[in-house]
Design a protein around this ligand. Sequence first.
Ligand code: GDP
Ligand code: MG
Length: 175
Amino acid sequence: EDDITEIYQVVMVGECGVGKSAVTMQFLKGFFLEDYEPTVDDRYQKIVNIEGTNVGLEIVDTAGQEAYSAIRDKYLREGDGFVLMYSVADRPSYEKIPELVKQIQKVRDSDRVPCVLVGNKSDLDPDDRISEEEGQELASSFKIPFYEVSAKGAQNVQESYISLIKLIRVQAGSI
Ligand code: GDP
Ligand code: MG
């Protein structure tokens, strides 16, 4: 009854420093990792139960500084779904998202690749904070789900992955 019949790869993308590693760790281990090695790509496995089905996940935490676009393209080609992350406290990281979406769509030659937009560090409130409305607006323009999350406060982390996995399963015809 613990058989894994579905395995999906989720790729974390977004600018350096937005919290891809911290959110990944919060999801996998349930704690906030203050300082994570910024330069390595890592892969993690986890089994999650979604709507009564055990789903095997491989999470690829990219470092975002791939020297060769060929390496980045490889991630974009292989992923079953993508967590598109910006930091609510870093406007350039938000403005970078449309370019990421374009890259994914180009590599996949499809505009139906499962993605979720995640605005991390919702616990911060600087003057030029990206508002929840701005996040929602961007997500709506790509017709993808949106969550404001905090790796630090463990807010909405599970929810954002689960919504992505559901999209992947629909796309794969599993549900
Ligand atoms: P990555 O380069 O996208 O993997 O970013 P990291 O996970 O290494 O995080 C970059 C920095 O942001 C680290 O100092 C983290 O402690 C911090 N950070 C990550 N998530 C949060 C969060 O939800 N809230 C706050 N306040 N800081 C965070
Ligand atoms: Mg990282």
